[in-house]
Design a protein around this ligand. Structure first.
Ligand SMILES: [Zn+2]
Length: 323
C-alpha cells in the first residue's frame, strides 16, 4: 500500500518540509472519513428504499394490484347478479303478485338501507378501501334482497294454494242456464223502477225464465239465508268467503237450508215471481264486502267471448227491470 506522505513549502527556508501528523490527528481524520461514509451509505439506502422496491415489496405491490383488479371483477359480477335479481323482483311485483291480487313489495322495503353502525369502518384507510367497501356493500344489499325475495316466493306459494280455493268460491257462472233464458231483462245500474216508474239503482241482474227453471249456485259457499224477505220474496243468500256473497230472489221455492254447504253448479232453488216482481224472473246479486257488484263481471267460466258480448249488450239496455 502506498504511504500517504504530504509536504508543505517553507518560504523562509525555501525547502519542502514533510508534514508529520500526530496519532490523534490521524485517528480523527480516519474517524471523520468513516462517519462520512456511514452518512452517505444511509442516504443512499433511503434513496434506494424510497425510489426502488425491495423484491418482497415488489411482490406485495403486484399482489395488491391483482387484488384490486379481482375486486373490480367481483363488483362487476355482483352487478350482473343484481340485474338478474331486479328482473326477479320485477316479475314478482308485476306478474306473480298481480295474478294473485297481492300488493307489490314497496321499493323502500326492497332497497332499504342496511342500518346500524358503520359496518365497513374496519376497511377504511386500507389500500383499495373504496372498491372493497363498494363490493361489500353491494354483496350485503344483494344478500338482503335475496332473503326478501325468497320470503316473497313463500307468500306467493301460499297465495297460489289459497287462490285455487278462492277460484272455486268466487261466483263465476250464470245462475240460470243459457238455454232457459228468455232474455236478460235488465242489468245492474240505474234503471226505471217497474212499479214507481222512477230512476232507481238496480243492484243485481234480472234473468227472465219460466217459473220452475233451475237456479244454480255460482260458487262454493255456505247458505246464510233461505226464506222470505220484504221486496225480494223468497230469497237465498250464499256466503262464498273471501268477501263474496250472492243473492237469488223472487224464487218460487228453494231446496237449501241455512248452514248448508253448496258447490258451484248445485241446484239450490227455482225461478218464481214472488215479492216485488212484475213477471217470472230471477234477480241475481253479487256482493263484495257488502257492496253490490255488476254481476256481468262474474260469468267468466261459462260464457264464450261472443256470449259474453251479447249478455253485456242485453244487460246494458236501459229497459225496464222486473226488480
Ligand atoms: Zn232485479
Amino acid at each position: 500500500m502506498k504511504k500517504n506522505i504530504k509536504f508543505r513549502f517553507n518560504p523562509e527556508k525555501l525547502i519542502y518540509e514533510r508534514i508529520e501528523h500526530s496519532f490523534g490527528h490521524r485517528f480523527k481524520s480516519f474517524f471523520n472519513t468513516l462517519l462520512l461514509a456511514l452518512f452517505l451509505s444511509i442516504v443512499l439506502f433511503f434513496c434506494y428504499y424510497y425510489f426502488f422496491d425491495s423484491p418482497k415489496e415488489e411482490r406485495l405491490r403486484q399482489e395488491n394490484a391483482t387484488m384490486a383488479l379481482q375486486y373490480e371483477l367481483l363488483n362487476e359480477q355482483v352487478k350482473d347478479i343484481q340485474a338478474v335479481m331486479n328482473d326477479l323482483q320485477d316479475r314478482d311485483d308485476n306478474l306473480y303478485r298481480v295474478v294473485f291480487q297481492a300488493d307489490p313489495i314497496p321499493y323502500a322495503v326492497r332497497k332499504g338501507e342496511i342500518g346500524g353502525v358503520n359496518r365497513y369502518e374496519r376497511l377504511q384507510g386500507m389500500s383499495n378501501a373504496d372498491i372493497m367497501i363498494e363490493t361489500s356493500k353491494n354483496i350485503d344489499h344483494l344478500a338482503r334482497e335475496v332473503y326478501l325475495q325468497s320470503k316473497s316466493y313463500d307468500k306467493i306459494v301460499d297465495l297460489a294454494i289459497n287462490h285455487e280455493t278462492k277460484l272455486k268460491h268466487i261466483p263465476a257462472i250464470q245462475p240460470v242456464l243459457n238455454k232457459d233464458l228468455t232474455r236478460v231483462a235488465s242489468g245492474y245500474g240505474r234503471r226505471i223502477d217497474p212499479i214507481y216508474h222512477r230512476l232507481k239503482m238496480h243492484e243485481g241482474m234480472d234473468f227472465t225464465a219460466p217459473i220452475g227453471t233451475e237456479v244454480f249456485v255460482t260458487g262454493n259457499g255456505v247458505v246464510t239465508f233461505a226464506g222470505w224477505q220484504q221486496g225480494y220474496g223468497n230469497i237465498v243468500k250464499v256466503d262464498h268467503g273471501f268477501g263474496y256473497e250472492t243473492r237469488y230472489a223472487h224464487l218460487s221455492r228453494y231446496k237449501v237450508k241455512v248452514g248448508q254447504k253448496v258447490s258451484r253448479g248445485d241446484v239450490i232453488a227455482f225461478v218464481g215471481n214472488t215479492g216485488k216482481s212484475t213477471g217470472p224472473h230471477l234477480h241475481y246479486e253479487v256482493r263484495y264486502k257488502g257492496e253490490a257488484q255488476n254481476p256481468h263481471n262474474y260469468y267468466f267460466l261459462d260464457l264464450s267471448p261472443e256470449e259474453y258480448d251479447l249478455m253485456v249488450q242485453l244487460s246494458n239496455n236501459a229497459g225496464q227491470v222486473l226488480d
